[in-house]
Design a protein around this ligand. Structure first.
Ligand SMILES: [Fe+2]
Length: 475
């Protein structure tokens, strides 16, 4: 018997044939454009964690600071806003802080706020901006007084520069269900170690409770403290932050959100906390507001028009945009809700070569190819998304795990521009290596912590503008 004959009859050869066939079939699926994941997750109802869950525990001690969280406090990363709530009395507004190499404690004074929402009265909400920090330095900080003092730490980002590596986490639509806890745990235990969270909106989902029960804003603040007290979460406002409830007498939108989560919007010449920008390491991050006016002549429109030319890709090569409502979404949920904003701003995103747009709102995961739809005018009929290497990749990451459950119903067939979609809860990591490359990956909650369910090498649009498509699309 010849060699071929012996192999053709062996189980090994049959196995190889199957593997080969698998590759061919897989390629055929990819050639159709995007991939709809075949991953089958366990179908379970998403349930909020009960109010006495350990993740919502009140810290011990009279009037002990709780819901401690930090965010960037200026444009470049030399300031941090520290926020916390004291439940019984205003107490101290002071933050004590010191760098790990120094024993001298510095003091910063904050301000305290309260608000009422229907029959709820908030605790004492403190915000204190610490300024003039050194880059790339670990700081300890303390809030509270006497026996209720609590200590935390954070590390400031490196000085801004084009090749500074930095690792961002991405979380959206988190809520406070058991799935939310799984998402946060997966983010914390991801071996890639995110250094700051880019949060794409919909925080507590308190508005899903009767009278928007603001106690659920407090439980949420305690839930995320284990991460947000130690690294900055960069905030985007979602529809669940609007809290506009005229039927119970609440006629001012965004009241709980703006009292609890401060952002450094004035540092980027914004007039409202809903749209602003920061620079961090090698990234310029623009936060937009899906639920504030964005039409021509509005403050947000004028701000963005002036902001985009300010982006200096020699200083911050990576241009990242955060918003809540996605522009490219092929799920049958919130379908086309982002369309009017896309019409207004997409030509600018192409002109200024935005690298990536992260959005939430749809409770699932989706990654697009680089695509634009900007050729249309009222008479030419050119209204089809086309492949465009000047355009951003659009990523929907609204799969944090909130009470409302997953969006499982997708438009069919999958559009060519949609590279990957899957209805699972999870989070993502955007890991900037240098001015040309960033490694992105998405993690579903059902997998072990290091497992990457979807991944993509980003090639920077300004410094390394070569085709980084992952599918052979027909666009
Ligand atoms: Fe939303």
């Amino acid at each position: 018997m010849g060699i071929l004959g012996s192999y053709s009859s062996s189980p090994f050869w049959v196995f190889c044939l199957f593997v080969l066939l698998g590759f061919v079939l897989n390629a055929a699926v990819l050639c159709d454009g995007g991939k709809t994941s075949s991953f089958v997750r366990k179908i379970e109802k998403t349930v909020d964690m009960p109010i006495d869950s350990d993740v919502f525990q009140v810290p011990p001690g009279f009037n002990a600071p709780q819901q401690v969280h930090i965010t960037q406090g200026d444009q470049v990363g030399k300031a941090v806003i520290v926020s916390w709530v004291t439940p019984n009395e205003a107490g101290s507004n002071t933050v004590l802080y010191w760098s790990e190499n120094s024993k001298d404690k510095n003091k910063a004074e904050g301000k305290v706020y309260t608000y009422k929402f229907y029959n709820y009265t908030s605790g004492y909400i403190h915000h204190c901006t610490i300024r003039n920090l050194e880059f790339n330095t670990k700081y300890y900080y303390e809030v509270g007084i006497g026996q209720s003092e609590r200590q935390f730490w954070f590390t400031t980002p490196p000085e801004i520069g084009p090749d500074v590596p930095y690792t961002f986490g991405l979380i959206g639509d988190l809520g406070q269900s058991f799935d939310s806890n799984s998402t946060l745990t997966h983010y914390e235990l991801n071996p890639q170690k995110g250094q700051a969270v880019l949060f794409v909106g919909d925080l507590s989902y308190a508005d899903n409770y009767p009278n928007h029960d603001n106690v659920r804003w407090d439980t949420w603040g305690r839930f995320i403290e284990r991460s947000a007290a130690y690294q900055p979460w960069i905030w985007t406002a979602g529809n669940h932050e609007i809290d506009y409830a005229p039927e119970i007498g609440e006629k001012k939108p965004f009241k709980p959100y703006t009292h609890r989560y401060h952002v450094p919007y004035r540092a980027s010449d914004s007039s409202e906390p809903f749209w602003y920008s920061i620079k961090r390491a090698s990234a310029h991050i623009i936060v937009l507001a899906s639920y504030s006016a964005y039409g021509k002549y509005t403050p947000q429109y004028k701000w963005l028009e002036q902001e985009l030319p300010k982006v200096n890709r020699s200083e911050t090569p990576w241009l990242i945009v955060l918003m809540h409502s996605p522009w490219y979404n092929s799920y049958n949920y919130h379908y086309m809700e982002g369309e009017s904003m896309r019409v207004m701003y997409e030509p600018w995103f192409v002109q200024y070569k935005v690298d990536v747009v992260f959005a939430g709102h749809v409770h699932a995961y989706e990654r697009s190819e680089r695509v634009s739809n900007v050729a249309y005018n009222i008479v030419n009929g050119m209204c089809k998304p086309v492949s465009d290497q000047n355009a951003p990749v659009y990523i929907t990451i609204g799969d944090g795990g909130n009470l409302e459950g997953l969006a499982t119903n997708m438009t069919e067939p999958q559009p060519d521009y949609s590279a990957y979609r899957e209805a699972s809860f999870g989070h993502a990591i955007f890991d900037i290596k240098n001015r040309t490359h960033a490694y992105y990956n998405w993690h579903r909650n059902q997998d072990g912590y290091p497992v990457e369910a979807d991944s993509f090498w980003f090639f920077n649009r300004y410094w390394h503008q070569i085709d980084d498509s992952t599918t052979t699309s027909h666009l």
